[in-house]
Design a protein around this ligand. Sequence first.
Ligand SMILES: NC(=O)c1ccc[n+]([C@@H]2O[C@H](COP(=O)([O-])OP(=O)(O)OC[C@H]3O[C@@H](n4cnc5c(N)ncnc54)[C@H](O)[C@@H]3O)[C@@H](O)[C@H]2O)c1
Length: 358
Amino acid sequence: MSGRRRIAIVGAGIGAQHLDALLLLQDRWQVRVICDKDETRARALAARAPGAEVAGSLEAVLARDDVDLVDICLPPALHVPAVRAALQSGKDVVCEKPLAGSIAEVDGIAALAEKTGRVVCPVYQYRFGNGLRKLWRLIEAGVPGRPLVATVETHWDRGPAYYRVPWRGRKETELGGALVSHAIHAHDLLTEVLGPVRRVQAAIATRVNCIETEDCAAACLEMADGTLVTLSVTLGSAEEITRLRFCFAHLTVESALHPYRPASDPWRFVPRDPETAAEVKTLLQDFHPGPEGFEGLFTELAVSLETGEEPPVTLADARRSIELATALYYAAATREAVELPLRPSHPAYGGWLRWLPA
Ligand SMILES: NC(=O)c1ccc[n+]([C@@H]2O[C@H](COP(=O)([O-])OP(=O)(O)OC[C@H]3O[C@@H](n4cnc5c(N)ncnc54)[C@H](O)[C@@H]3O)[C@@H](O)[C@H]2O)c1
């Protein structure tokens, strides 16, 4: 199929930011429907999207034959049934994080996508940033050398006003806390750069808010290539930052500190020797920035749907992210080191909820 893709945004919270990006890309995307069970919210968003209609339920969206792709921005526990229903209706899918509450569910979605021949693009929009693109350019040229250690800090600030939304802070509806709702993006960036995780040790705690789910976490990871990593997560930081710091053999790399756009510029590339400094300078001197965040994701998704190539974020990417979350929760619950990959025989393959603290 060529021409503009017709998209329905389902869920008018973060869906508003998806819309902002889609409105910048009107040569590729046409927003046909804004759906929310809260009709006032849906109407307010639809007023910003030329020609968009309003729907009050996912079923009403799926019954339409003028929608090619359903963009699921619903609360976490609704993702899996919504993705499955959309695939069964013959629609392509974009789905907010976390895609699912278990590796088993991600595998089930992958099987259904294969059977229906439709595309699922999980949302990890933090990947689309020009600082990170510079690091990729250096990695592809072999400049940084062997990764040694890395740290990832997700230090955000969430208080009672945030948790007034009923689905947040509850295991059954949020499916977890800061690990799957907030730090999931930075942890995805880590594994995107460093590859598979071999072993995980972790601790989680609820120390900031009066909620069921964790709002602090610390973890120690050993990557498959031997790189040692520490993760630090809190929702009680006065100053919000997300920071990834990689020490490679020839280059130390530090992300931007912006909490919600750590992959954007400015990144710091600090060479350990003059040769590396010269290579970094040469490789980055003609760098051209590309679209970032949701705009980057929807730009690349439109191209991949046109060409039939893989979407910019794949189900395999979401599986890796959900597998890491599973391992972190299971390690925290058992206070034991967890070895990856997690096979279907693993006790937490079917989900981590029962392993969360009561
Ligand atoms: N990628 C990101 O950076 C990012 C940022 C924020 C939220 N999120 C994710 O997006 C999802 C939504 O979060 P949010 O903050 O926008 O939540 P929200 O509560 O603000 O918005 C969700 C909307 O879904 C609607 N809704 C709920 N059940 C519905 C149903 N059955 N049918 C139709 N509409 C329904 C609600 O009325 C609400 O307007 C979550 O999974 C969250 O983790 C992602």
